[in-house]
Design a protein around this ligand. Structure first.
Ligand SMILES: NC(=O)c1ccc[n+]([C@@H]2O[C@H](COP(=O)([O-])OP(=O)(O)OC[C@H]3O[C@@H](n4cnc5c(N)ncnc54)[C@H](O)[C@@H]3O)[C@@H](O)[C@H]2O)c1
Length: 437
């Protein structure tokens, strides 16, 4: 990744295209519509509310991130979406029951204006849904072309100068890269022969990369995390990022675990369970989709605790993650963690976390930040995997052979330093010895 010599201005409108018009997508859209009319605040969004320190602590320079970086303003966003059901964003927001009626009705016209384009859907990848609003082309290669045409038509019709895409669709069943994912050539041959190893989400990712549209994967399945996609992203100068928005339980896990490790406290067991009752919860009730989520949620602790290096503290850690579909709760998820830890001389202690959160309320600012930062990355000339955005993901994508950084505070420092570095400011190491000379 090269330091940019210049970053193109955010002139014109930005198309934010979301495959999957469900609870997260509509909560994001409604929030942006409300915020730009001054009817609500974009709480949780670092790009909208965060500041960034520059230079020495004594210089007291800490401008808002959105003033320092040439980010697209909220007013310039045009939302588009694909879904496998035809309901517009107003109807989806109403049935998702995340937002209060007052909030939805205040931006009714804008939400009504987001009508999903027909989705690409191979049902073996999401077993709990049977889509009715789907494209029917004989080959996956033709599906890619149809999505590319959707992107071009949307950008043209709305007069946008650029586009980004963030996968907000359902979680697909767990899979690993196959021979068809190994290179651009193999993937294109796979698309042409309808290779069953190619998932719907990968078809969207491919169409976006072909159109030079940055692609973010907010779900735990592969999406754009396979060698051919990384190759095409580099070749076409397009940023990619994923996987799986880090929002509730894993956000807490990747804040608490580094604290325990920092003090060299041992952990014997970490049991995490969730109840949620939205459509995402219903999809995750399928063992294949749950497996994708489980893998994504489980990996953080191993990387943070490094049991090989700290054997006496973490070698025997028993880590279990459960997700229970429980309809009465809707989007108001509850995530419990029980942590069995031990300290000085091995004496046992317990820590309990009960996070009564709201899934889509936590995810919406992440979608917005990622859309704006990926657009910035593209204008800064970055391409391929954007590891500096790991802060937002449960299962961050990295360059081949590089282990992912899960510690929330290292991720934040890395992201802010990348922001400083890309505009020619000095990264901050927090060494601070100069104050004592
Ligand atoms: N809310 C969170 O905190 C959070 C955190 C991490 C990840 N996620 C992920 O974000 C995604 C969206 O979550 P949600 O709560 O909005 O789910 P949701 O079920 O409300 O919405 C998903 C939408 O995707 C659509 N869809 C499925 N397959 C599609 C396809 N091939 N093409 C187009 N549309 C398709 C579904 O019809 C549905 O409308 C899920 O994968 C979820 O696991 C959410």
């Amino acid at each position: 990744m090269k330091r940019p010599t210049r970053i193109e201005n955010a002139d014109g409108k930005l198309a934010v295209l979301l495959p999957g018009l469900g609870a997260v997508a509509t909560t994001t859209m409604a929030g942006v519509f409300l915020a730009r009319r001054g009817l609500a605040r974009p709480i949780g969004s670092l790009t909208q509310l965060g500041t960034i320190r520059l230079g020495r602590r004594t210089s007291r320079r800490a401008p808002p991130i959105r003033e320092l970086l040439p980010l697209a303003p909220l007013d310039s966003i045009e939302f588009g979406a694909w879904d496998i059901f035809p309901d517009d964003a107003y109807d989806v927001a109403e049935s998702a029951k995340v937002l209060e009626r007052d909030h939805i009705d205040a931006v009714r016209d804008e939400l009504r204006g987001v009508v999903p384009m027909k989705g690409v859907f191979y049902p073996e990848w999401v077993k709990r849904l049977s889509g009715t609003h789907v494209k029917s082309h004989p080959s996956k290669a033709q599906m890619v072309e149809a999505l590319r045409e959707d992107i071009r038509s949307f950008v043209r019709a709305r007069g946008c100068s650029r586009a980004v895409a963030v996968w907000c669709g359902s979680t697909e069943v767990h899979s690993t890269p196959s021979a068809a994912h190994a290179s651009i050539g193999e993937f294109e041959a796979g698309l042409a022969r309808n290779d069953p190893a190619i998932a719907s989400s990968q078809i969207y990712a491919w169409a976006c990369l072909k159109e030079k549209v940055p692609f973010v994967n907010g779900a735990p399945h592969l999406g754009c995390d396979f060698p051919a996609a990384a190759q095409l992203a580099r070749e076409n100068g397009v940023p990619i990022a994923g996987k799986d928005f880090k929002t509730g339980q894993t956000l807490m896990k990747t804040a608490i675990a580094p604290a325990l490790k920092a003090r060299m406290l041992g952990v014997r067991g970490w049991f995490s369970t969730n109840i949620l009752g939205n459509r995402d919860g219903e999809v995750l009730d399928d063992p294949g989709s749950f497996k994708s989520k489980e893998e994504s949620k489980k990996c953080a602790l191993d990387w943070i605790f490094e049991p090989d290096k700290y054997q006496e503290l973490y070698r025997d850690l028993f880590h279990k993650v459960r997700i229970e579909y429980y309809p009465p709760r809707g989007d108001a998820k509850e995530g419990w963690d029980n942590i069995d830890l031990f300290g000085w001389l091995g004496y046992p202690m317990q820590l309990k976390i009960d996070f009564l959160c709201r899934d889509s309320i936590l995810a919406a600012p992440v979608v917005l930040d990622l859309a704006l930062l990926m657009d910035l990355a593209k204008r800064a000339g970055f391409s391929g995997t954007q590891e500096w955005l790991s802060f937002y993901f449960k299962s961050p994508m990295t360059a081949p052979g590089l282990y992912p950084e899960h510690d929330l505070f290292i991720q934040l420092m890395k992201m802010k330093n990348t922001m400083r570095w890309m505009i020619g400011e000095e990264p901050i190491t927090h060494l601070g010895n100069e104050y004592y000379d």
